[in-house]
Design a protein around this ligand. Structure first.
Ligand code: CA
Length: 132
């Protein structure tokens, strides 16, 4: 049953995610999955579920407010309140990245998920995050 549900999520996710948005942030295709016991990548960076679609997470809301662009303000913001800026989490600590360029570093965290997820202060931020 779990596999069938996952399959449905993957199918729906393929239909409703917007991969081009991932090109608009540094390391948008390489954001690590912060869920405990998970490895791999979080494809729907601006969403509460890994495959994207549905409600936006805190970073997705900030990205939308920035008109789906990587701005210095969005880069310097700590959308998920975990003490690291979006730029630090996505490998652009100096906020110099431009679309199409190679980021100065690797993505080391998720800008829309407060990490570590089991930290008490993060639990109230991550209430809508879905770990499969
Ligand atoms: Ca952060």
């Amino acid at each position: 049953m779990k596999i069938i549900i996952l399959g449905i999520f993957l199918f729906v996710g393929t239909c409703v995610t917007f991969p081009s948005y991932r090109d608009s942030i540094p390391n948008g295709h390489k954001v690590p999955n912060p869920c405990k016991g998970s490895s791999g990548l979080w494809e729907g960076v601006g969403h509460n579920i890994l495959i994207g679609g549905g409600q936006r997470n805190v970073f997705g809301k900030d990205f939308a407010a920035a008109k789906m662009k990587w701005t210095a303000e969005l880069c310097r913001k700590d959308s998920d309140s975990d003490g690291r800026t979006n730029g630090q989490e996505l490998g652009d600590p100096n906020c110099t990245w431009t679309k199409g360029a190679t980021p100065s570093g690797s993505a080391t965290g998720h800008p829309g998920v407060c990490e570590p997820m089991d930290l008490e202060a993060c639990k109230s931020v991550n209430t809508a995050i879905v770990c499969l």
